[in-house]
Structures are given as C-alpha cells and as structure tokens.
Design a binder for this molecule. Structure first.
Ligand SMILES: [Zn+2]
Ligand SMILES: [Zn+2]
Length: 256
C-alpha cells in the first residue's frame, strides 16, 4: 500500500484527523488481530459458559459475593460468634486478607480458567472486581507483589496468573508491580495437605529476592485464590524479614 496520500510534514497537524489509506490499513489490521485473538481464545461467560463475552449481564447478578459477617481480618467465612480460628494461624506480619468473592460458582470458574493461557482474557474482568473491592475499603500500597509460582510450575504454565491480577490493580492502590519480589521454593502441593500442615509445609518456602524494593514500603500481596491463608502468611513473613513496613493481601476468591 502506497503512503503517497500521507500528508507531508508541515501539514501533519492540519490533516491529522483525515482518514488516509495508511490509517485504514492500520485500522483493518488491528481489527483482524482482534478477530484472530478472539477466534484463538474465544470469550466464554464464567457464569453460564455461553460464548461471546466474559460475563453476561444476567450472570453478573449471580456472582458469589462474600457474605456479610466474614472475618474482617482474614475474610474467613467461618467466624462462629466473632472468634476466628483462621486468624490465629496467620503471620502477625500480615495486616489483613481480603477477597472479592467466595470460591464458588462463576468466581471459581474464573479462577480455574485464568490458569490456562486461553483464559487470560479474563484478567481485566477479574481486575475490575478486585478494584471494586479495593474502592469499597480503600487501601494504598507502594509495591504490589504477586504470589509467585514455583519455577517448575511457571515453566509449565508460561505465566503467573497472580501477576496478571497484580497488574490490573496496581494503579488502583497507587503502587508499582514488583513481579519478582518473591521466590518460591519447591514444596509438596498445598492441596494435598490439611490446614495445620499447610503452614508447616510453607515455612521457608518463600524468600524475598528484591529487599531493596520492599524495605520500608507498604506491600500488597495478590493471588487468585486464598484458602487457609497459609501462602499469604508465608509470603508476608519473607517480606517482613526483608523490611516491608505494612503487608496486606487480596485474592480474587476466598475458599472456606
Ligand atoms: Zn453467563
Ligand atoms: Zn479471621
């Protein structure tokens, strides 16, 4: 395609809004790219699984918001008469854990889908709900740190879904994402262990690889799902050891 019709220098501003062939081509290429991306990774509603959009309006109303009365400190839904057993297990370095949803229904579907490359289109939608939760009870952080995957898992998956979510919320808390602040060392999979064993299993499982970036700073940890809080807790210990000033955590969904 010839660029002969592009305005010459001098006339550039005057003609800036004129539709030139080059602009048309670039627009068409952009549109083709979008269509190809959608064909390769078609959006599917996390509620009803119908294709076309990541979340249909009707399904938005069915989302499993956390019930009122969850623990204010750890977001646990098991709070019999104000006494939370979950909190006592967590690191004192962790100032709080929040989540947007219960790990159920459409929220669970979103978490599971985001673990696949083909599900990455869900990150902006999940980010929207995390930002909404953060605006409900505003929080500021200097540094936003995703819970890391173990190296082997990261190699298999090709990306860390927690990093995608961290990138979505960084501006909402006025922080900067430090993707490699934590390193995760190999341990047996948490899912195979009971709650009490999870904390023991994770002792020393994380180390801070960027102490200079977290020292004296407020840190927000981000993960897709929180179960017992043991992972956030172990991450908080590693960050506190590196000198982080205040450590809080947010997950897209809360299990238990
Ligand atoms: Zn739906
Ligand atoms: Zn609690």
């Amino acid at each position: 395609m010839s660029l002969a019709m592009e305005p010459r220098s001098g006339g550039r501003h005057e003609f800036a809004d004129r539709v030139t062939p080059a602009r048309v081509v670039s627009g068409v290429l952009h549109e083709i790219g979008r269509v190809l991306a959608e064909a390769a990774f078609p959006a599917k509603c996390i509620g009803c699984q119908r294709r076309g959009t990541a979340l249909r309006e009707g399904c938005r109303e069915e989302l499993p918001y956390l019930p009122s009365g969850v623990c204010r400190w750890c977001a646990s839904m098991r709070v019999p008469r104000g006494v939370c057993r979950g909190c006592r297990r967590l690191s004192p370095a962790l100032s709080g854990v929040r989540a947007a949803f219960a790990y159920d229904g459409a929220a669970r579907a979103a978490v599971l889908t985001l673990k696949f490359k083909s599900g990455r289109y869900l990150a902006p939608l999940m980010g929207e709900f995390l930002r909404a939760e953060l605006s409900r009870r505003p929080l500021q952080a200097d540094v936003v740190v995703p819970v890391p995957l173990a190296t082997k898992r990261l190699r298999e998956r090709g990306f860390n879904q927690a990093l995608l979510l961290a990138e979505e919320i960084a501006t909402a808390v006025r922080g900067a994402v430090v993707g490699n602040a934590l390193q995760r060392h190999e341990r047996p999979a948490q899912q195979t262990l009971r709650a009490a064993d999870r904390l023991v299993n994770l002792e020393g499982a994380f180390s801070c690889a960027a102490a200079n970036e977290v020292c004296g700073r407020r840190v927000l940890l981000v993960d897709d799902v929180v179960t017992t809080g043991a992972t956030f807790s172990a991450c908080a210990d590693a960050l506190a050891e590196a000198g982080a000033r205040r450590i809080s955590a947010i997950a897209f969904a809360r299990d238990l």
